[in-house]
Design a binder for this molecule. Structure first.
Ligand code: SF4
Ligand code: SF4
Length: 152
């Protein structure tokens, strides 16, 4: 359990930089949207990234949670480990992503679980991948599942 308030009664995400968060605080910052777990495609000629609606094979497409988060790298070695140092370079993170927002100096959104106290808000408001993401099949052609261009 993460104590959301520091000694000066401000929540930890307001008084600490991403680099200053401890492990529990870092994990609590994730809003559970699951959108970082969708396959992306890169056009090697233009460098443009495209978002698909196809989930990483470890993502539970109903809850939008990783089914083996603790040992995910054993199953999916190229799962990107977000760190304070690489958040800004991960331009494919959605603009709603709490790590991206804090790295860019923005407040957390009102619906964020740490603000609203409700983990379901991210799904209810349509911010998460729930409801439009599909599981990857053996014959899935990612090119057929592009849903957006990712702007830098
Ligand atoms: S996009 Fe950001 S907030 Fe959403 S699940 Fe991924 S890391 Fe968490
Ligand atoms: S391994 Fe888990 S955390 Fe990593 S992309 Fe897949 S579902 Fe997401």
């Amino acid at each position: 359990m993460t104590d959301t308030h520091s000694l000066n009664n401000k929540p930890f995400w307001q008084v600490k930089t991403l680099a200053e968060l401890d492990c529990d605080e870092w994990e609590a910052l994730c809003d559970g949207c699951g959108r970082c777990c969708l396959h992306k495609l890169e056009d090697e000629d233009t460098g443009v990234f495209y978002l698909t609606n196809v989930a990483c094979r470890l993502l539970d497409v109903h809850s939008c949670r990783c089914r083996h988060y603790a040992d995910r790298h054993r199953h999916v070695p190229d799962c990107v480990q977000l760190t304070p140092d690489n958040v800004t370079a991960c331009h494919w993170l959605p603009e709603t992503c709490a790590y991206r927002r804090r790295a860019e100096g923005h407040e957390l959104s009102d619906w964020h679980p740490l603000i609203s106290g409700q983990a379901s808000q991210v799904h209810r408001l349509g911010i998460s991948a729930c409801g439009w993401v599909v599981a990857e099949q053996a014959d899935t052609q990612l090119e057929d599942h592009i849903v957006a261009t990712i702007s830098r």
